[in-house]
Design a protein around this ligand. Structure first.
Ligand SMILES: *Cc1c(COP(=O)(O)O)cnc(C)c1O
Length: 421
């Protein structure tokens, strides 16, 4: 039989000759069961997908790079007949559509939506629950995510409880009859605790709840949550996906058609869309995601090992270290460890000495850019987390976090060494 499959990453439909829907086709490294539409997204390797998915040459000029369609509206040929299918730029913009196809493909998802920030992407995802629903939130998620639940969603009747999602027994106890969603982040910021995505997804699904994973720290290059059973992936594209510290944005990727329809409705209905220019920047960023992530990972391992041996450092949090309690899970669930390293200096004075003593690393919030950034979670990213919760998690005043950049690793190492001296 001949099978016409609509591959969302290509404009042309794919015609395949197959025996039946259960036969396998081999393409490059991938073996694909034809009946799994979703797996067709894996047709290309990661870097090929990153460079080509959504990046079709411009149909008008042939421009290889997707243009910034800086327009708010589009000409209609006749009443109710938009020229190219576009009507108004809050609803759709070709630059944003290209990025949406691109990141969805990288996450192995059918649908993707780009938002004005990571927080607006997370907020749109939370529009899948209603007042009276209960959400289980990982007890060590990004501070802004906790704040969204604690200070905003609570007033709209969304109930939530914190749970240590790295501990399945603890998580199991948190389910209630009205639990509709489990929201996890792995590895967590800044303590680098992992959550077993497969185990959490199995448990949540058995309880009728969806699983959302914030995949900002790993990026789809090192971790593809949907492959482990997660329903919805969210990102702050501000970090690794864009990768150059020059854009704020967010993303939601998912496979469920009905939920995707609603996220798209929310994106247009509330309007927290990613601008054409930012869409262009992130689209440019993802083309080099693979090489950047490899470099972050290589440097991250060197810095983590150096810190682990340093007498001025009491503890290092990095899943790539054999001493990390979940090193085995990290090896199983991720294909790399990334560039985020946290370490305990013992006191606020020691932390200040390091944070203010660095010359190459920049003291600042955020992460995932090509340049090394150093921060103080207790007073910066996690200031909105109650002190007792911080203490329980290990986010002490002496904790320092580095987003290891892709500079020459000897220079980063020397900088941290002199600041610790
Ligand atoms: C930065 C960050 C966010 C929030 O994203 P913004 O783009 O700053 O709105 C959410 N989750 C994680 C893990 C982050 O690092």
């Amino acid at each position: 039989m001949r099978l016409n499959l609509l591959d969302p990453q290509r404009s042309r439909p794919l015609t395949l000759k197959v025996r039946d829907e259960n036969s396998f086709i081999c393409h490059k490294r991938y073996k694909i069961k034809v009946s799994f539409y979703k797996e067709l997204i894996d047709f290309m390797g990661f870097s090929t997908t990153a460079i080509h998915a959504g990046n079709e040459p411009d149909p008008v000029t042939g421009a290889v790079s997707v243009p910034i369609y800086q327009t708010s509206t589009y000409k209609q040929e006749a009443l109710g007949k938009p020229t190219g299918g576009y009507e108004y730029a809050r609803t759709q913009n070709p630059t944003r559509s290209a990025l949406e196809k691109n990141i969805a493909a990288l996450e192995g998802a059918k649908y993707g939506f780009a938002f004005a920030s990571g927080m607006s992407a997370i907020d749109a995802t939370l529009k899948l629950v209603k007042g009276g629903d209960h959400v289980i939130l990982g007890d060590n998620t990004y501070g802004g995510t906790f704040r969204l639940f604690n200070r905003i969603l609570r007033d709209y009747g969304v109930e939530f409880d914190l749970a240590d999602t790295s501990n399945i027994a603890d998580l199991e106890k948190a389910f209630k009859p009205n639990t509709k969603m489990v929201f996890v982040e792995t590895p967590t910021n800044p303590i680098m605790t992992l959550t077993d995505l497969k185990a959490v997804s199995d448990l949540a699904h058995a309880n009728g709840a969806k699983v959302v994973c914030d995949n900002t720290f790993m990026s789809p290059y090192f971790q593809r949550p949907i492959e482990h059973g997660v329903d919805i992936v969210v990102h702050s594209t501000t970090k690794y996906l864009n990768g150059h510290s020059d854009s704020v944005g967010g993303f939601v990727a998912l496979n469920d058609e009905k939920d995707a329809e609603w996220i798209g409705f929310v994106q247009n209905g509330i309007g927290a869309i990613l601008s054409p220019f930012d869409s262009f920047l992130v689209l440019r960023g993802t083309k080099t995601l693979a090489v950047r992530m490899e470099a972050h990972d290589k440097n991250g391992r060197v810095i983590a090992n150096f810190l682990a041996e340093h007498p001025g450092v009491q503890k290092v949090y990095y899943p790539g270290l054999a001493s990390h309690p979940q090193h085995e899970l990290a090896k199983r669930q991720q294909s790399g460890f990334g560039g985020m390293v946290s370490f305990e200096t013992g006191s606020i004075d020691n932390a200040r000495k390091v944070l203010e003593g660095v010359k190459l690393c920049t003291l600042g919030e955020s992460l995932g850019g090509v340049e090394s950034l150093i921060s103080h979670p207790a007073s910066m990213t996690h200031a909105s987390v109650p002190e007792e919760t911080r203490a329980k998690l290990g986010i002490t005043d002496g904790l320092v976090r580095i987003s290891v950049g892709i500079e020459d690793v000897e220079d980063i190492l020397e900088d941290i060494d002199q600041a610790l001296a």
